[in-house]
Write a protein that binds this ligand. Structure first.
Ligand code: ARG
Length: 453
């Protein structure tokens, strides 16, 4: 095999070295690698390091490779050490010895940093789009089920009655921030590392600003060591994936609970649920369970990336080759999860039972507060009422005017009307709280937030 670096070696690489060090994961960067090379060649021509004829020849060769890459017909061979050497090898095959000028003023170190940025920029925009669509799906579900009332839970105990839509929209807000994070990492990615070379720059009259502009970057690296040796933007991207997966795992967990017969809140379409090989009656929410499980992998990828960089000396070290496996896996995990969970959610039929009347206990306390009773006293009064009813095995809806009077003489008989859960929601006035008006406002706001650039 021919390597890019055979000159100083007397023996060819051992098979074991080759198998251990070669990267095939980076083949996913093929198009980005060629796009970067096109800009680099144009720059070399512009500064006179390539003649106009050489520039044309190389660009024509790269154009063929770009077509092969885009059409999936580019062939890798065993001797390709990584995607960069594969492209250079193919270029020399296509245009002859002039192809050997491609790597002028460049190192694979600034090249991989560039390829990753090109990939991340595109991938971040795609994930933001996917998250936007997923968020809008939650908004549509909230709107379609705007009339349903459920309990909101704290400590997994029924807390207050709220619209189911309010609960679904809580996830839509999380998703909107996940989307925003991908948009913001995109801004930080707009710095071109091309021209940093191996680590310290070059004696050749390169024009990194030209290549940066060609590739749509806003600015050029200010420090070549940072440009080739840092991977914080990869970590940041994978953190965005992991955080979004963690949100989806929480949603999944709730969907799993809600499909149980104990909750009975929701049913998903047969197409999006699975059966049991042993238990004929089962209908399982496997997509949600796997989404919850795959969040673990995304957290693992993030952890691996942090560990990969911890204590690593500057500038480039081959360890960094390992970043791609984690990057691509986390990226794919989020993409697939959004698709599958979105499909399942779009078949959701919600039919939650009403919340327990106990969830209106706060309304009784607030009635006293309105009459000037300090909240702590009002809380204690309702607590006494609850204790008495519980001790006698009665529900809150079975309370009488006498029960209220026994708990606190500032209660009025009409307060008995407060224990209706739907009316509790209707009384709610906090902006952003669990009321029907708040849900309508949120739906409008989220439609804006989830579609803006
Ligand atoms: N395949 C390498 C990577 O993915 C590219 C840079 C290799 N540089 C080197 N000097 N071996 O990180």
């Amino acid at each position: 095999m021919t390597t890019l670096w055979g000159g100083r070696f007397e023996e060819p690489p051992d098979r074991l070295l080759w198998e251990y060090t070669v990267s095939a994961t980076d083949r996913r960067l093929l198009v980005d690698d060629v796009v970067g090379s096109v800009a680099h060649v144009k720059m070399l021509g512009r500064v006179g390091l390539l003649s106009p004829e050489e520039t044309d020849t190389l660009l024509r060769g790269l154009d063929v490779i770009l077509t092969e890459a885009r059409e999936g017909t580019f062939e890798f061979v065993d001797g390709d050490e990584d995607v960069h050497s594969a492209v250079e090898r193919r270029l020399i095959e296509l245009v002859g010895d002039v192809g050997k000028k491609l790597h002028t003023g460049r190192s694979r170190n600034d090249q991989i940093a560039l390829d990753e940025r090109l990939y991340l920029r595109r991938a971040a925009a795609t994930q933001a789009d996917r998250l936007g669509r997923f968020g809008l799906l939650l908004v549509a579900l909230a709107e379609a089920n705007a009339d349903l009332v459920v309990p909101v839970y704290t400590h997994l105990q029924q807390a207050q009655p709220i619209p189911l839509a309010h609960h679904l929209l809580a996830y839509a807000w999380m998703v909107s921030r996940d989307r925003q994070r991908f948009q913001q990492v995109g801004e930080r990615l707009a710095v071109s590392p091309l021209g940093a070379g191996a680590a310290g720059g070059s004696s050749l009259p390169l024009d990194p600003i030209f290549t940066a502009r060609e590739l749509g970057f806003d600015v050029v690296f200010a420090n070549s060591i940072d440009a080739v040796g840092s991977r914080d933007l990869v970590t940041e991207y994978v953190w965005c994936c992991a955080q979004a997966m963690v949100h989806l795992s929480r949603l999944s967990e709730e969907l799993i609970l809600w499909t149980s017969s104990e909750f009975g809140w929701v049913t998903f379409g047969d197409r999006y649920t699975t059966g049991s090989s042993a238990l004929p009656q089962k209908k399982n929410p496997d997509i949600a369970e796997l989404a919850r499980g795959r969040a673990a992998g995304a957290i693992g990828d993030l952890t691996a990336l942090l560990a990969l960089q911890k204590g690593l000396p500057l500038a480039y070290n081959r360890d960094l080759q390992e970043d791609k496996e984690h990057l691509f896996r986390a990226d794919d995990t989020l993409a697939a999860t959004l698709e599958a969970l979105g499909g399942m959610l779009s078949t959701a039929e919600f039919h939650p039972p009403p919340p327990s009347p106990w969830t209106t206990a706060l309304d009784l306390a607030e009635a006293l507060v309105r009459r000037g009773v300090p909240f702590r006293e009002a809380h204690a009064a309702v607590g006494r009422l609850v204790a008495r009813l519980v001790a006698e095995g009665r529900e809150l809806t079975e309370a009488t005017a006498d029960d209220l009077a026994a708990a606190d003489d500032r209660f009025e008989p009409a307060d008995l009307d407060l224990v209706d859960t739907r009316r509790s929601v209707e009384r709610r006035v906090t902006s952003g709280g669990g009321s029907f008006e708040s849900v309508s406002e949120q739906i409008a706001a989220l439609r804006h937030v989830l579609t803006r650039d």
